[in-house]
Design a protein around this ligand. Structure first.
Ligand code: NAP
Length: 304
């Protein structure tokens, strides 16, 4: 752990619960490597009244920025001075930058983290690709926005609650450009899932031991990329295992967690040409996971 001095600047993650968050381990490892005089702390707040007080205080304290995780990614949007266009489209903010004068700008680095992880771990870029997103919550929204910005050719949203998928597609369709945005009912999605270049799990299914895959085991094609946003489980999720068994390239969400953290650090450390050390951060995440694995069955689902 880096030493704390009178000059040390602050960063942290606001959410509830945070007992098992990996973010302090990931961030503080990077700050030490980059010789940044910063410290990253968990900031658990009990409710939205607490969120308002903490966000207001960050402007008067030496914060470089902070992350926001469940359940406050939507509520924080009303509390910052400005929200980036991509975060408005995603409907969620997970990283806030604070300038010297205390002004706060909210971003969504989850979607960019996903794109970075896909590129680094699967050599996959979304341009001209046919993609299925399972889920229609905050993480799915961030993913769809990032995949749209990456010029996917078609994105099909499949969600248990079909109306929620339709709302997401209707909201984002206005910004779609040439991207074809569609909804498919879960029971009818076989062909679109099997035919896709990338299938993304943006539901929490897989977080708990014994959870089924969000799609039947046989809905997979060799060579297809499967990305599970779930991470930190004691063994690979059914979604990842089914994919690997069938010859797909199947990844869990740890690389995305690390990439969204790295993107936030690069943003807060603007002006520096040295990038956050992704490999070291991933090792720190894995070490923190190993340390907590003994007494945990599920991850925190925080996405931060
Ligand atoms: P959310 O806003 O609560 O959305 C959850 C979505 O999953 C909803 O569309 C919900 O469908 C669906 N769902 C929930 N339980 C389901 C079930 N049993 N069967 C089928 N569908 C189900 O959550 P979120 O913030 O989007 O997060 C989703 C997952 O992504 C979490 O596991 C989170 O940890 C992970 N995540 C990971 C990262 C990362 O960096 N790796 C980042 C962000 C999030 P309904 O609409 O029908 O309820």
């Amino acid at each position: 752990m880096q030493s704390i001095r009178g000059t040390t600047k602050l960063a942290g993650v606001i959410g509830k619960p945070l007992a098992h968050t990996l973010s302090p381990a990931i961030h503080n490892a990077a700050y030490a490597q980059l010789s940044l005089d910063w410290v990253y702390v968990p900031l658990e707040v009990p409710d939205e009244a607490g969120l308002r007080r903490v966000v207001a205080a960050t402007g008067s304290l030496p914060f470089v920025g902070f992350n926001v995780t469940m359940p406050y990614k939507q509520a924080v949007m009303e509390l910052v001075d400005e929200v980036s266009t991509a975060a408005v489209m995603a409907g969620a903010v997970n990283a806030v930058q604070i300038s010297e004068d205390g002004r706060s700008v909210g971003y969504n680095t989850d979607g960019r983290g996903l794109i970075e992880a896909l590129e680094v771990e699967a050599d996959f870029t979304p341009a001209d690709k046919d993609i299925v997103v399972l889920g229609a919550g905050g993480a799915a929204g961030a993913a769809v926005v990032a995949l749209m910005l990456g010029r996917a050719s078609r994105i099909t949203v499949v969600n248990r609650n079909v109306e929620k998928a339709e709302e997401l597609v209707e909201r984002l369709g206005r910004h779609g450009g040439s991207v074809l945005l569609e909804v498919e009912e879960p029971g009818m999605a076989r062909d679109v899932v099997v035919g896709a270049d990338l299938v993304l799990n943006a539901t929490p299914l897989g977080m708990r031991t014994g959870d089924p895959s969000p799609v039947p085991a046989e809905w997979v094609r060799p060579g297809q990329v499967r990305f599970d946003m779930v991470y930190g489980t004691s063994s690979p999720t059914a979604f990842v295992t089914d994919g690997r068994d069938a010859g797909a390239v199947a990844l869990d969400g740890l690389g995305m967690l690390v990439a969204q953290a790295a993107i936030a650090i690069d943003m807060w450390n603007e002006g520096s040409t040295v990038k956050a050390p992704r490999d070291l951060m991933k090792k720190a995440a894995e070490a923190a996971l190993d340390a907590r694995m003994g007494d945990m069955e599920v991850n925190d689902g925080s996405g931060a």
